[in-house]
Write a protein that binds this ligand. Structure first.
Ligand SMILES: Cc1ncc(COP(=O)(O)O)c(C=O)c1O
Length: 399
């Protein structure tokens, strides 16, 4: 019998818990169960028409062939024009989503055992991408007491001779936390003394900010020679399926990333790149319109969750997630006497009793919390909150 064997690298990681939850809730739905999923980080809006039109036009003009590995000249230029700091097209790589940009960064730079510091909670894929590239994720616990943000002291303490990168994300998935200009400068103040540490700043939620946004590059121009900014069209322009993201960084790093990408996927889709040019250079009214909708959803969901006993929901400054604590429900008992021992038990109970899919905090390295995405309609969000309320009302609370 032939036995399948995974590589050690793939043994060390697993299918994203978010993907697992969304797949199992879809399966339950297909079996006829009344299931609502508020687990996915994807705007519920259509890609604006002028962006789709640009894609059709590109096809009609025959832009259907391989593109340069680093991205089309038109898109690399549009990216630099759109950036909030100085950059040239040579500083830009276009990839198949921001996720591939992150993979390129770590595959291009990590040797086995190199460390990557990530403020925790972190986006689930970060640690697995770093692990696949041979690196070691160094998780710095940044809990709700510090607004889910890393302090300069924590950063200083986490740096070792093996540190290669600090990977930060503002606005953050899963917490919505955002670093202010001053907070970024304070982190930069630490990094100035550690020239072997480079900075990857994932700013994919830049345009989903409810308070003023600062790019790490703006806050720390003195570190530009070792900073890469990651961004893309997925969230701001409702283009998750088009798969276009980019990195803006020092030329030598970009060249190394182009080498990786050239051997794995080559240039991103020609048609999607033409659409991304239209997103960056065309009308942008949809960004403000959609932000206003997300803002009103944020108010509604935070209020509704905070009214549920045992749940405490901070107000996120950006992105479209809330990351409430369910610590007040740990130790409670279900109607059949099973003890809710952690966030995963709580999320499994909510799914079983109320048919609502949400993601346990452990998927992001932060126990006793859960993530709920508000990139869904008002009706679904209201329904979701009543399902949680309903499920919690069936628990016998610990006190
Ligand atoms: C923090 C963060 N970075 C990167 C990505 C990946 O974005 P893309 O769709 O461009 O690959 C996501 C998607 O959920 C995200 O939440």
């Amino acid at each position: 019998m032939v036995k399948f064997r995974k590589s050690d690298r793939i043994e060390a990681i697993s299918l994203s818990e978010i993907v697992q939850i969304s797949e199992s809730s879809s399966k339950m739905k297909a079996q006829g169960h009344d299931i609502l999923a508020l687990s996915t980080g994807e705007p519920d809006f259509q890609t604006p028409t002028h962006i789709c039109d640009a894609a059709v036009e590109a096809m009609q003009l025959g832009q259907t062939r391989y593109t340069p590995t680093a991205g089309t000249p038109a898109l690399r230029k549009a990216i630099t024009d759109d950036a909030t700091f100085e950059a040239t097209p040579e500083n830009v790589i276009v990839s198949t989503g921001a996720k591939q940009v992150l993979a390129n960064i770590f595959l291009a730079t990590l040797n086995d055992g190199d460390e990557v510091i990530m403020p925790t909670p972190y986006w689930t894929s970060y640690s697995d991408i770093v692990t696949v590239a041979g690196g070691v994720p160094v998780l710095a616990c940044c809990g709700p007491d510090q607004g889910f943000k890393m302090t300069p002291e924590q950063l200083d303490a986490a740096i070792t001779p093996k540190t290669r990168w600090l990977l930060i994300n503002s606005p953050s998935n899963p917490t919505g936390a955002m670093y202010t200009h001053d907070e970024l400068q304070a982190l930069a103040g630490v990094l100035v003394n550690h020239p072997h540490v480079w900075i990857a700043s994932d700013e994919i939620y830049q345009h989903l900010s409810y308070v003023p946004f600062t790019s790490f590059r703006q806050a720390a121009p003195e570190l530009a020679e070792r900073t890469i900014i990651v961004n893309g069209v997925s969230k701001a322009h409702s283009m998750t399926g088009w798969r276009i993201g980019w990195g803006i960084g020092p030329v030598d790093l970009i060249k190394a990333m182009i080498t990786v990408q050239g051997q794995i996927t080559s240039g991103a889709c020609s048609i999607a790149q033409a659409a991304a040019v239209a997103a960056l250079s065309g009308p942008k009214d949809h960004i403000a319109e959609r932000l206003a909708i997300f803002l009103s959803r944020r108010e509604m969901i935070v209020q509704a969750l905070n009214a549920i006993p045992g749940i405490s929901c901070p107000v996120p400054d950006g992105a479209f997630y809330v990351f409430p604590s369910c610590a007040g429900l740990i130790g409670s008992r279900t109607p059949v006497g099973v003890v809710i021992e952690n966030d995963a038990d709580f999320c499994a109970f909510v799914l079983a009793i109320a048919g609502l899919a949400i993601v346990p905090g452990r998927a992001f390295g932060q126990p006793n919390h859960f993530r709920l995405s508000f990139a869904y309609s008002d009706a679904d969000l209201k329904d979701g909150c009543s399902r949680i309320k309903n499920a919690v009302s069936r628990l016998s609370l610990p006190h």
